[in-house]
Design a protein around this ligand. Structure first.
Ligand SMILES: Nc1ncnc2c1ncn2[C@@H]1O[C@H](COP(=O)(O)OP(=O)(O)O)[C@@H](O)[C@H]1O
Ligand SMILES: N[C@@H](CCC(=O)OP(=O)(O)O)C(=O)O
Length: 360
């Protein structure tokens, strides 16, 4: 494990609930105390916490047949108050001010929104205030939803250039089979050149979780590729954060790759957020996938689809339709359409705002 200065800690619903579904306030208070110990060591922490729905469900009984969307909205909106109140009470005992940030997927799509959010988190951290982030569950329904808070944590870690992301759940990490099966072993390290470990992961979830281990794995892998070390560990474990700081923690650790710079990290998560699509010719493809990557000029573009503005994310495909990367538009689709295929035109995607997918 590597040293850490700025970390995103994600706490899953299961960590904060007991088996009977009631909030596990003792655990929550413990984790708050441990976060304070990390802060005392000079580390900066951003918390991504689930638990709103689980806390709401406990206090607001609803008829079985009520529309599930309404149920989620009612439990999330009532539960989030309880969740954040508990955090505030526990952190107050350590004289630690906290802030609540509720976000949607839209906030990560638009680069201006994204930068506003990033600046806000940084401003809070610079004043010694601990941000607690959750999804704004009352307005995010279906396609507006994050897969789960593991995705939100991973976007947050990329946004603030965190060096570490910890996903705290109710198992010690990724096992070679069902974690409750005594023959299953914990996978302690995941490196980029290792064979896929996703084959071990079943779609089963713990009782109150949303995404399951598969999204945790996918998000951990993506973050590690961007240069962020990732730890999947058991948030129910005594002194989990202390052991992390001492580098003695039993967990699954994802080795980070060479760090990518900020804008590329934003783009790397843009696969679900692109507004337009461009198809490029073979010459442009070899130039973009070469060792020394160049900007994408209109001469290499064959086709443009969708209406986009300057700053929007575009998906890049080759002539066979294969997705090869993402980039940020330097100008609108209106201007781009006038320049397609032409020589001596300004790049539609600048090198600094280009993210090429790993190709096999
Ligand atoms: N190979 C595996 N190793 C570890 N956990 C697994 C594996 N396959 C499935 N899981 C399940 O993933 C669950 C954790 O994911 P999830 O329910 O989303 O938790 P959280 O609420 O903390 O986000 C574990 O409780 C476990 O049941
Ligand atoms: N935003 C939701 C959390 C959804 C979620 O991703 O839960 P989990 O899989 O436990 O991290 C809530 O606060 O209830």
């Amino acid at each position: 494990m590597l040293d850490s200065k700025l970390l995103v800690i994600k706490i899953g619903s299961n960590v904060l609930t007991q088996e009977n579904g009631l909030p596990d306030l003792e655990r929550m208070e413990e984790l708050v105390a441990q976060i304070q110990e990390l802060t005392a060591l000079g580390k900066k922490v951003v918390l991504v916490s689930s638990g709103a729905v689980a806390f709401g469900r406990q206090t607001i009984p609803l008829p079985e047949k009520l529309n599930p969307v309404f149920k989620k909205q009612i439990w999330a909106s009532t539960g989030q108050i309880r969740l954040i109140n508990q955090y505030q009470n526990f952190f107050e005992k350590h004289k630690q001010p906290v802030a609540q940030i509720l976000v949607t997927k839209e906030d990560f799509r638009d680069r201006k929104h994204f930068l506003n959010m990033k600046n806000c988190v940084q401003a809070l951290l610079s004043q010694g205030i601990l941000p607690i982030i959750n999804e704004n569950d009352t307005v995010t329904i279906t396609e507006l939803m994050f897969t789960d808070n593991d995705e939100l944590a991973s976007l947050t870690a990329a946004m603030i250039n965190a060096d570490t992301m910890m996903l705290l759940t109710n198992v010690d990490g990724i096992f070679t089979g069902n974690p409750s099966d005594p023959d299953s072993e914990l996978i302690e390290k995941v490196a980029s050149k290792m064979p896929e470990v996703s084959k071990y992961i079943s779609a089963s979830k713990s009782s109150f979780g949303r995404g399951g281990m598969l999204t945790k794995y996918a998000m951990a892998k993506k973050s590690a590729d961007l240069g962020i070390q990732v730890v999947i560990a058991n948030g129910k474990r005594e002194n989990v954060l202390g052991e992390f700081a001492d580098k003695t923690l039993r967990c699954t650790w994802f080795e980070p790759q060479k760090a990518k710079h900020g804008a590329k990290k934003w783009l790397a998560h843009g696969e679900h957020y692109y507004v337009g699509e461009i198809t490029i010719n073979e010459g442009a493809k070899s130039s973009l996938t070469a060792e020394v990557i160049r900007s994408l000029l209109p001469i290499g573009i064959i086709k443009l689809e969708g209406e986009f503005s300057k700053g929007d994310i575009l998906l890049i495909r080759d002539e066979t339709g294969h997705k090869i990367g993402l980039g940020r538009a330097e100008y609108s689709s209106k201007v781009a359409n006038e320049r397609v295929g032409q020589k001596n035109q300004k790049a539609l995607i600048h090198y600094d705002y280009l993210y090429i997918f790993d190709h096999d």
